[in-house]
Design a protein around this ligand. Structure first.
Ligand code: COA
Ligand code: AMP
Length: 634
């Protein structure tokens, strides 16, 4: 039996033994007396790992490497393609800053279990703030910078933070985005008010504004860090099942879901992922070009590289335009990166501008051993171009915010498997991937169905939605008893390779960012001229998918269609944020529906993607589809 097959078998036949062994990668203050337990949650129950174990995630990410004599090794390299700045933090430097900020947060009244919202761009303080929270057992919730104040406010209301950490500004390619006014606006909209806002001053860009601070609520981070009365905080004892963070993600409704991650299972799972999939360890450099606001950033910019004592690169910039399509390759060359991770969208954007890979060859990328891609489907064409151009294995991996680490991947660290374009390869040890039909029965190889995970779910996978445990059970566990519903559809082939074909719900993936069409619809429907609307995700050459809106307007509305479109695009930007990328909205006479009133979004999406959809026999009025054909035609 090969190394992968052997590990996989053990992880399924003896999960307790397998995960007890993996838990040794972590320094526990009290080793877990139990490995796997089942905990009642609302109307169901969930899998828990290492209950009774005590650890601290920041201790494992920092202190233990310093104690082991690796304090001078680089932990974090900040690389800004916008300002040109570079800053390297050794493990000892990072520990000092994290401990000081952790002490500062304690001085501001943050206790163990309290929440801290972090609304920061890609600057080192984002990493420092996350680890500082972990150090004192506070629960962080990072909000992506591309969200509008209303979305930030919704997260603040749900998480009820004691402190919000933000900054004066962020740099978005050639634009300077003033963050503090966005935070102030969010706080105006929010019913919950934090006790304090800690603001990172920056000062590294000529056009960067200073933040307007309102004392005593707002505190300048630089002042806090200089305050000699504040003692650096020691890492507190945290239960393995205590929450480390909440990360909001789009569900099928308009209300974002606060996915809760624990401390113990998360730390063990990430160490295991680094060993078995990414093959990155102490002294090696990983560059994850994502954002700390997404799960890929949480796991593979911040926690995983530091937990294993590697060096992580924090990149401020874009794949293209800062200043060209060669920026990523220069990062690889400058920092001798071994493993890189990004989203296929970034590669498609680079390829468009540098189809012959001239900028790839202009950089010495000889240190690179593999490129990992996730966040959306890796189409075979992008896969082929990337592996030809880079000359290293290109590793697709499939997972989601809820799982926190790959479900399906090529386990390079265990045993590299042959790559099949279009498939992220095989189930990672710990995950039992099953394809089920509508009645919950496993389907044969080659047949599409709902991709589900048979319980128990491995360590690291979320066991709850913040403040709404019932929602966790209803969203993921109740469709097929004994299984977790991923929301993706796909199939297995005869070699158990998994093929992920896309979401089966109302979630769309735009440039690797997860959005809910229901949420976009909810915003559009608030416009007084709109009688009905639907949003669908349509194929896009670069971003994979982009949202497209269809609206039916109320009779007697005088607003011109162009004007209405502009207003609706503006409304979505204002309510959700620029990240929604909604640009195309059509005014249509009617929406196609079934006789029971269900809008036929899938049929419209297929028309917009140039396919010839099978029109459901339950359609109320086939003439509506005929009227839409010319509008939706690509
Ligand atoms: N803060 C503020 N605004 C942001 C933002 C942030 N952190 N991130 C994106 N935006 C804005 C963009 O400026 C853009 O605004 P605009 O409509 O005014 O131009 C809008 O949100 C849409 O952004 P994006 O979807 O990123 O499109 P883009 O055209 O600016 O860039 C790519 C295209 C391909 C370069 C970009 O999508 C990209 O880097 N993708 C990689 C995806 C990725 O890392 N995903 C993470 C999951 S692994
Ligand atoms: P997020 O929670 O934002 O990471 O989004 C998770 C969703 O992105 C998944 O449910 C999939 O729909 C999609 N996704 C992520 N990685 C892949 C991949 N490698 N292949 C196909 N789809 C992916």
């Amino acid at each position: 039996m090969g190394a992968y097959a052997d590990s996989y078998r053990r992880s399924i036949d003896d999960p307790d033994g397998f995960w007890a062994e993996q838990a040794q990668a972590i320094d526990w203050f009290r080793p877990p007396p139990l490995v796997h337990t089942v905990e009642p949650a609302g109307r169901g129950d969930v899998d828990r790992w290492y209950d009774g174990g005590v650890l601290n995630t920041s201790y494992n990410a920092l202190d233990r490497h310093v104690i082991a004599g690796r304090g001078e090794h680089p932990a974090l390299i900040f690389h800004s393609a916008i300002t040109g700045n570079r800053r390297t933090y050794s493990y000892a430097d990072l520990l000092e800053r994290v401990a000081k900020l952790a002490g500062g947060l304690t001085a501001l009244g943050v206790d163990q279990g309290d929440r801290v919202v972090i609304y920061l761009p890609m600057i080192p303080e984002a990493v420092i703030a996350m680890l500082a929270c972990a150090r004192i057992g506070a629960v962080h919730s990072v909000v992506f910078g591309g969200f509008a104040p209303a979305e930030l406010a919704a997260r603040i209301e749900d998480a009820e933070p004691v402190v919000v950490i933000s900054t004066a500004y962020g740099l978005e390619a050639d634009r300077v985005i003033a963050y503090k006014p966005l935070l102030d606006k969010a706080l105006e909209l929010s019913d919950h008010q934090p006790r304090h806002c800690v603001i990172v001053p920056r000062g590294d860009h000529p056009d960067g504004p200073a933040a307007d601070l309102t004392a005593p609520r707002d505190v300048d981070l630089a002042v806090l860090m200089r305050d000699t009365r504040i003692e650096p905080a020691t890492p507190v004892e945290v239960g393995a099942t205590d929450p480390l963070y909440i990360l909001y993600t789009s569900g099928t409704t308009g209300r974002p879901k606060g996915i809760v991650r624990d401390n113990g299972g998360h730390a063990v799972a990430l160490c295991y992922a680094m060993k078995s999939i990414f093959d990155v360890g102490p002294g090696e450099v990983m560059f994850t070009a994502s954002d700390v606001g997404w799960v890929v950033g949480h796991s593979f910019i911040v926690y995983a590289p530091l937990l294993v004592g590697a060096t992580t690169v924090l990149y401020e910039g874009k794949p293209v335009g800062t200043p060209d399509a060669g920026s990523f390759w220069r990062v690889l060359a400058e920092h001798r990166v071994k493993a890189m991770f990004t989203a296929p969208t970034a590669i498609r954007a680079i390829r468009k501008l540098d189809p012959d890979g001239t900028l790839i060859r202009a950089a010495d990328i000889s240190s690179l051993q593999a490129l990992f891609l996730a966040g959306e489907r890796l189409d075979p064409d992008t896969y082929a171009w990337t592996s030809d151009q880079l000359g290293v294995p290109v590793i697709d991996n499939w997972w989601q915010t809820e799982t926190g680490w790959p479900i399906v991947a090529n386990p390079r660290g265990l045993e590299p498997m042959p790559i099949k374009a279009g498939s992220p390869t095989v189930a990672v040890p710990g995950y039992q991937v099953m394809i089920l039909d509508e009645r919950g029965r496993p389907v044969p190889a080659g047949t599409q169905g709902a991709i589900c995970l048979k319980r128990p779910l491995p360590p690291g996978v979320s066991a709850g939605v913040w403040g709404d445990q019932d929602r966790f059970v209803t969203s993921y566990l109740s469709s097929y008893p004994g299984y977790y519903l991923t929301g993706d559809g796909g199939y297995l082939d005869d070699d158990d390779y998994v093929y992920v074909m896309g979401r089966t719900d109302d979630v769309i993936n735009v440039a690797g960012h997860r959005l809910s069409t229901g949420q976009l619809e909810a915003v559009i429907a608030t416009h007084p001229a709109v009688a009905e609307c639907a949003v669908i995700g349509v194929a896009d050459e670069i971003k994979g998918q982009v949202p497209r809106g269809l609206v039916v307007i109320k009779s007697g509305i005088g607003t011109g269609h162009d004007q209405l479109r502009t207003e609706l695009v503006g409304l979505v930007r204002q309510q959700i944020g620029p990240v929604a990328s909604l640009r195309q909205i059509d005014v249509v006479p009617a929406l196609p529906k079934t006789r029971s009133g269900k809008v036929l979004r899938k049929t419209m999406r297929e028309l917009a993607d140039g396919q010839d959809p099978v029109i459901p026999s339950t359609i109320e009025d086939p003439a509506v589809i005929d009227a839409l054909r010319p509008i939706l035609k690509p």
